[in-house]
Write a protein that binds this ligand. Structure first.
Ligand code: NDP
Ligand code: 8X3
Length: 251
């Protein structure tokens, strides 16, 4: 049985991907900061899919907390076959000159440093075992930069560079490294980005049908169910009404 560790499973894409992996028969390590949601998901995965689950509640920005969470895992859960670096966020959508450094740091610390902390904990065992698969959640923001998104886009450009670099360096160990680059997916993402302003969040999706979290779980399922010799580098996936980060067709 394969074991997967998915970060950021208390909402959105992470939750949908965890459910999908459970359905596919994986054992799961799920993570997030909101303990109640994490425990609820763990219970659902156990009862709905008979899944063996270990829940780790910590902040990926906190390097010591990442270490402690990893060290708390039973040895049998540390042979991770699939790491999904999903925890991430956008904070703010303002012109560069009006944005806050706190928001910049939050995004860099979560989307880039958090991904590095988790990868540096999980990958060494993959190297020892000469197998494994890392899937990083990037974004179409990693392809083009849009107005009021400089640092969020920078973090996803960094995720792409790290993904490509990991792919090169881990090649000799037979470890696959993939990414998923979605356009607009309706989750809690925009509520978080607009600091809890539900109206601003809803406006992001007005007049078009965004992707849903299950569309991204479909992409992950495709990536992890290829034959062993096949590595999907990246899946770019948009709503039909979104051409790129700044051109959408709204009704
Ligand atoms: P959500 O806000 O719905 O979910 C984000 C998840 O990440 C939550 O489970 C949250 O858990 C977790 N998380 C955030 N910060 C931290 C942290 N510091 N420590 C631990 N966990 C954290 O957003 P999405 O599901 O939409 O986003 C998931 C990923 O997909 C992100 O990397 C995002 O950049 C990317 N993405 C999203 C798109 C979209 O349009 N929605 C499009 C392209 C990419 P908790 O708060 O409990 O810690
Ligand atoms: C989130 C998608 O278009 O807001 O990564 O950058 S977008």
């Amino acid at each position: 049985m394969k074991t997967a560790l998915v970060t950021g499973t208390t909402a959105g894409l992470g939750e949908a991907m965890a459910r999908r992996l459970a359905k596919l028969g994986y054992r799961l390590v799920i993570t997030g900061r909101r303990r109640e949601r994490l425990d609820r998901l763990a219970e659902t995965l156990r009862s709905a899919f008979g899944c063996e689950v270990f829940a780790l509640c910590f902040d990926v920005r906190d390097r010591e907390a990442c270490d402690a969470a990893w060290n708390s895992l039973p040895a049998s859960f540390k042979d991770i076959d699939l790491l999904v670096n999903n925890a991430g966020l956008a904070a703010g959508a303002d012109p560069f000159d009006e944005s806050s450094l706190d928001d910049f740091e939050r995004m860099i610390d979560t989307n880039v440093k958090g991904l590095l902390y988790m990868s540096k904990l999980v990958v060494p065992r993959m190297v020892e075992r000469r197998k494994g698969h890392v899937v990083n959640l990037s974004s179409i923001a990693g392809i083009e930069v849009y107005p009021n998104g400089s640092v969020y886009c920078a973090t996803k450009h960094a995720v792409n560079a790290i993904t490509k670099g990991m792919r090169i360096d881990l090649l000799k160990y037979g470890i696959k490294v993939s990414s998923i680059s979605p356009g607009m997916v309706e989750t809690e993402f925009s509520v978080v980005r607009y600091h809890g302003d539900e109206n601003k969040a809803k406006a992001v999706y007005r007049g078009l049908q965004p992707l849903c979290a299950d569309d991204i779980a479909d992409a992950l399922e495709f990536i992890v169910t290829r034959p062993d010799h096949v590595m999907i580098n990246d899946i770019q996936i948009n709503p039909k009404q979104q051409a790129n980060t700044y051109i959408s067709e709204r009704e």
